[in-house]
Design a binder for this molecule. Structure first.
Ligand SMILES: *Cc1c(COP(=O)(O)O)cnc(C)c1O
Ligand SMILES: [Zn+2]
Length: 421
């Protein structure tokens, strides 16, 4: 017991192999704490590590969830023993039908709809929750476009702590219900996500005891996205894919998959090999894609208007870093119309039996466009991300599909309807 207590006071154990918070702009270091902006230059902070030597075998012996990568995350080593939703290790499936349709040689879908609350957000929230506990913050809060709301409310319920979730008032109904069921405080705000986000920052200032997962513990939260990169590499047999297509909301996920790939290479867990990272946005909220297209470094905020609400962040915090990653790796950031998003959802469902939410429709439609415009090399192995479940955004395709016919319960009626005779 006393050994455990001493361990708790040792920051190097409390946050695993994390060393400090590092400014992404000026590289100045801060101690690990509930900080997200550099006191010198106001740049965003990210977690820096001193990794010990790691082996594939050690990771493979871990649990079948994100905690198999505990040595690469800013969490204590015994995290898996503390109640949490244990997200991750979702399936990577070979998508030959979709590949054929798009004219791509080798294609995989990383299907993150298989997480506990059916989106990739469970990954980031699990890491944020761990950090909140270590920092002594006992309310889990967030502004959300929907999926984060689900993940935060569920994680807090499982951990036995309070949650406060702020959402735009016009969110898809399924995402409201699937948040409210977990209890906690759910507040709908008259405004869009960027309004909700601003309000959350204000509340965070007034409530220092709360962990706003994507505000004051954002540096820890965003590290959870690295696990998507680790998993893809491990599931491919410990190698990096040549091309990846990733949806962009705040841009955190995309930049962290890149960070994850670099860490695996640096640690010798995968061989160094070139990879290109592509970002996907909806045309109705394409601040990063527009900057990429126009060769700008500045990401100009937009007012979102798209059915892809989970990606509808008009002022993306990591937008400039997404541009950096896309340009450095030889990728691109593209956007697709809502009509293409709907077609993307139906295409993935029809070819691979995966029902994606609108964000998945965005990435699949963007993949198709990248091939058609020659930006993505169809001969290079590609992974496309589906980050959420279609059941949460039924309305996107509800009026496009349905029964072939409604018939009397007789074979004759069936035969007529199904054209069997
Ligand atoms: C939040 C979210 C993303 C992207 O997240 P960022 O890290 O903010 O870019 C992608 N897909 C889904 C379904 C999401 O909910
Ligand atoms: Zn700085």
């Amino acid at each position: 017991m006393s050994i455990r207590l001493e361990a708790r006071q040792d920051t190097s154990v409390r946050f695993g192999n994390a060393r400090a918070l590092v400014c992404r702009e000026c590289r100045a270091e801060q101690p690990l704490g509930p900080f997200y902006a550099c006191p010198d230059c106001f740049g965003p902070l990210e977690v820096g590590y001193d990794f010990p030597p790691l082996t594939r075998a050690r990771i493979e012996a871990g649990p079948k969830n994100i905690w198999r990568y505990v040595d690469l995350l800013p969490v204590r080593p015994d995290i898996a023993e503390i109640p949490n939703t244990q997200p991750g290790f979702t399936r990577l499936i070979r998508a030959d039908n979709l590949a054929r349709e798009l004219g791509i040689k080798t294609l995989w879908v990383k299907d993150d709809s298989g997480n506990p609350t059916h989106s990739f957000k469970d990954r980031v929230v699990a890491v944020a929750l761990a950090a909140a506990r270590e920092l002594g913050l006992d309310v889990l809060a967030c502004p959300s476009t929907g999926n984060l709301a689900n993940a935060v409310a569920a994680a807090a319920a499982r951990a036995g702590i309070k949650s406060v979730v702020l959402i735009p008032h016009d969110l898809e109904r399924p995402k409201v219900v699937t948040t409210a069921v977990y209890g906690g405080t759910l507040v709908a705000v008259k405004g869009n996500y960027d309004d909700v986000n601003r309000l959350a920052s204000e509340i965070a200032g007034e409530e220092p005891g709360w962990a706003f997962v994507n505000v004051n513990v954002r540096p820890y939260y965003s590290e959870g996205s690295k696990t998507l990169g680790y998993e893809v590499a491990e599931q491919l047999g410990w190698r990096l894919p040549g091309q990846v297509v990733i949806p962009v909301a705040s841009g955190s996920q995309l930049t962290k998959v890149d960070k994850g790939f670099k860490e695996l290479t640096g640690l010798g867990l995968v061989e160094q090999s070139p990879y290109r990272i592509f970002g996907a946005q909806a045309a109705g909220c394409e601040p990063v894609a527009a900057a990429f297209r126009e060769g700008r470094d500045v990401v100009r905020p937009v007012r979102p208007d798209t059915i892809a609400k989970s990606l509808a962040i008009g002022n993306p915090a990591d937008g400039p870093y997404v541009l950096d990653v896309a340009r450095r790796t030889g990728g691109a950031v593209e956007s697709v119309t809502d009509e293409e998003v709907r077609a993307g959802i139906l295409l993935l469902a029809r070819t691979e039996g995966i029902f994606a939410e609108t964000a998945g429709g965005v990435t699949v439609a963007t993949l198709r466009k990248l091939v058609a415009t020659g930006q993505l090399d169809p001969d290079v192995e590609t992974v496309v991300f589906n980050t959420g479940d279609g059941l949460k955004t039924l309305d996107a395709v509800a009026d496009r599909v349905g029964p072939a016919a409604t018939i009397e319960p007789t074979y004759a009626a069936f035969a007529r309807a199904a054209e069997r005779r």
